[in-house]
Design a protein around this ligand. Structure first.
Ligand SMILES: [Zn+2]
Length: 223
């Protein structure tokens, strides 16, 4: 992990850095498990597995910009971090959106962003395959409620409700990119909602999809 622009004397930014490091370690551990199954002779450490998959370090840059979302993953190795906290005088971002407040569940948030970066590192294949998965399973059924509609108590197959505070569904959008990043989060933690209602999203279907595809996606990272 590399950090640019963070102010460690700001306790919020310091906490973000700490939780980003913790998320990267979790991701590295899970990647190590998968890669050592695929390539036993490599005997990778978590750190080596992470660097192999991402093609090097991932840099988180504190931009200082205020936005209604916490980050933008611009490539496999670069994630731009925004300030979502309102102040006494600033309550909206430059686009006029309400600032939602400090990021809660920072480790889950960082894992979601590393999910976007993971997909980029593999040329977008995980997100594209997620699009096919959503078409097959039905976007309404397995995906999150579209753009914030729906009952916030529903789990939609993820390990918790879609908001308040965000944990397992870090984005309200139902596109394949956000769906994949949240499924990556579920896969890293191994937490999914039970398939209590087949018409409302299935944690089992998402878990199966991730477990089936991770080895396929990762099979190409080592020559
Ligand atoms: Zn996202």
């Amino acid at each position: 992990m590399e950090f640019v622009g963070f102010d460690e004397s700001d306790s919020y930014q310091a906490a973000l850095m700490q939780e980003i490091e913790a998320a990267a370690l979790l991701v590295g551990e899970r990647l190590r498990e998968e890669l050592n199954k695929l390539f036993p002779s490599l005997r990778l450490t978590a750190r080596e597995a992470f660097l192999l998959v991402y093609g090097g370090k991932v840099t988180f840059t504190w931009t200082g910009e205020r936005k209604d979302h916490g980050a933008f993953t611009e490539s496999a190795n670069s994630i731009l971090v925004y300030d979502t906290r309102p102040t006494d005088t600033i309550t909206k971002d430059d686009e006029g959106n309400d600032l939602p407040g400090a990021i809660t569940n920072k480790r889950h948030w960082a894992t979601h962003e590393l999910g976007h970066a993971f997909s980029s590192a593999l040329s977008g294949k995980p997100s594209d395959d997620t699009g096919t998965f959503l078409d097959m399973e039905g976007n309404e059924g397995v995906g999150r409620p579209r753009d914030g509609s729906g009952n916030e108590n529903e789990y939609y197959g993820f390990g918790g409700p879609w908001k308040s505070p965000r944990k397992w569904q870090q984005s309200k959008y139902s596109n394949k990119y956000e769906q994949f990043a949240d499924m990556f989060l579920g896969w890293v933690y191994g937490e999914w909602a039970p398939s209590f209602n087949p018409s409302f999203g299935s944690g089992q279907a998402m878990s199966n999809f991730m477990n089936d595809n991770m080895p396929i996606w990762l099979s190409n990272v080592y020559p």
